[in-house]
Design a protein around this ligand. Sequence first.
Ligand SMILES: Nc1ncnc2c1ncn2[C@@H]1O[C@H](COP(=O)(O)OP(=O)(O)OP(=O)(O)O)[C@@H](O)[C@H]1O
Ligand SMILES: Nc1ccn([C@H]2C[C@H](O)[C@@H](COP(=O)(O)O)O2)c(=O)n1
Length: 235
Amino acid sequence: MSAPSKGDPSKSPVIAVDGPSGSGKGTLCQKLAQHLGWSLLDSGALYRLVGLAGVKHGIALDQEAPLTELARDLDVRFEPGAEGEPTAVILEGEDVSDVVRSESTGELASQVAVLPEVRKALLGRQRAFAQAPGLVADGRDMGTVVFTDADLKIFLTASAEERADRRYNQLINKGESVSLAALLEDIRARDKRDSERKVAPLKPADDAVIIDSSGLGIDDVFDRVLAVVRERGLV
Ligand SMILES: Nc1ncnc2c1ncn2[C@@H]1O[C@H](COP(=O)(O)OP(=O)(O)OP(=O)(O)O)[C@@H](O)[C@H]1O
Ligand SMILES: Nc1ccn([C@H]2C[C@H](O)[C@@H](COP(=O)(O)O)O2)c(=O)n1
């Protein structure tokens, strides 16, 4: 049987959302998945978990073979929280819900994400999320590699300065003490690593709808995307 073509009504619809760190993908995808009643794939969490597991097992983050083995057999559970509560992330029996979203774990993820065999090992796990009634997939290569026949591809971006500001406010609100200049530097370094890596670099798919969210609020972005979702007949 040949692979289903784009827009094939027999397969579950997928909305792929890619973009750089802090562009608002996670926020948008959560709202969209909740609004549509579809599943959500936070693919960055998988790379973050491989980075965390690597450190836990004392594996240097450039050691492709053992990290690939970890990625293939990753012992992780996502436990939905009570109403309004975030999903708990359990790695090898340990609750890593807070640490998995930290800036330092994002840095670990960006390092393991350059390894081609690690990326390959995570492909099947990501594709398994595509189930009825539909999937909203958040990442860097959702539209270019993982779900190339997605029904809608969004590339969400914003200036590095605006993304650093957003991250700064997010961390300050969590009570963390951070420097805006250091965050901007980290965001630029992460952008460079994510977009210059050889395998699955961060870039818009040829058929992506590009949305620059600089100066747009969360609801403005959501409304724009929902309008495209409707135009495509996905709801
Ligand atoms: N359009 C927006 N305007 C202002 N703030 C926003 C907007 N979208 C998201 N934010 C805020 O910016 C911060 C980062 O957003 P979010 O985590 O969704 O980005 P992301 O692209 O998923 O980042 P990462 O890839 O690093 O996980 C959050 O505090 C979020 O509330
Ligand atoms: N599909 C993906 C998702 C994430 N990554 C890498 C790149 C990021 O620097 C890192 C953390 O992602 P985040 O959780 O901040 O979205 O993981 C990737 O290469 N491909």
